[in-house]
Design a protein around this ligand. Sequence first.
Ligand code: 8YV
Length: 311
Amino acid sequence: MKPDVLLVEPLMPEIEDVLDANYRLHRLYRASDAVEIEAALSHIKAVVTGGGSGLSNDWISKLPALGVIAINGVGTDKVDLKFARSRNIGVTTTPGVLTDDVADIGIGLMLALLRRVPEGDQFVRLGRWPQSGFPLGRSLKGKRIGILGLGQIGKAFGRRAEAFGMTISYWNRSPLTDCIWNSFPSPAALAANSDVLVVCIAATSSTQDIVDATVLRALGKDGVLINISRGNVVDETALLDALNDGVIGGAGLDVFVNEPNIRSGFSKAPNTVLTPHQGSATYETRLAMGKLVVANVDAYFAGATPPTTVN
Ligand code: 8YV
């Protein structure tokens, strides 16, 4: 009999096919699977989930046979790693393979915002071009980038930004000895010395709301915020106030609190470019992520340590 696996959110069809071939997949997002899932609770040994969905402690407690939570992503903020460890449940992620695409979406948001790409698109489409001139944007060249959280994604963003002729600084919980970029002692000090503050820091209990009203004030009216990490590392109330009151110059956001039901204020916020958590959402990267998920689940059922275990 095939082992039972709970799938919290859809994967690429190619990846689901591979899992389907070897496991009895129960799809939590499919209402019609609910009764079957209830009956399988005591047999489910593996859960496959997304970084933004994770798995709650309530769900972990409902699955007495659970041995592995395979996250299709790098964020572990939606899984209680300590609780999982206390129950001898391994947690795996998909490191490395999504770094470049997530950095790319950050660059895309920065370009879109500073060069007014979405506004230009609307201007042309709505037939306004013959009637009036289009407002000037801002150059990337010569601007100061501040990277909040210099992990793999932050470094990939910085390398790209250097190619645009931007200068790079960062703040990291532990300053990096092998980095030639300038480091600042606090997020506010970094923001005060940046034209573009890019949030790449991992979401943990200590980074929640790390971009608060003080940091936004330090960024200033000509500064812009780019967030490609998680919504809750930014105080969204402070961010919406800062955008509406002109405390900062704009924001490019790929991530939000309570996705996909984000605060309605964002749809009317001035000078913002919004994307629906697209960082890793390319065919190539989702395929590579899915293959890592399969490798982790297969290793677990083969009695080996899954290759990209994080706890
Ligand atoms: C994915 C992510 O969009 O890596 C993460 O933590 O949030 C993203 O790459 C997500 O995991 C897919 O559900």
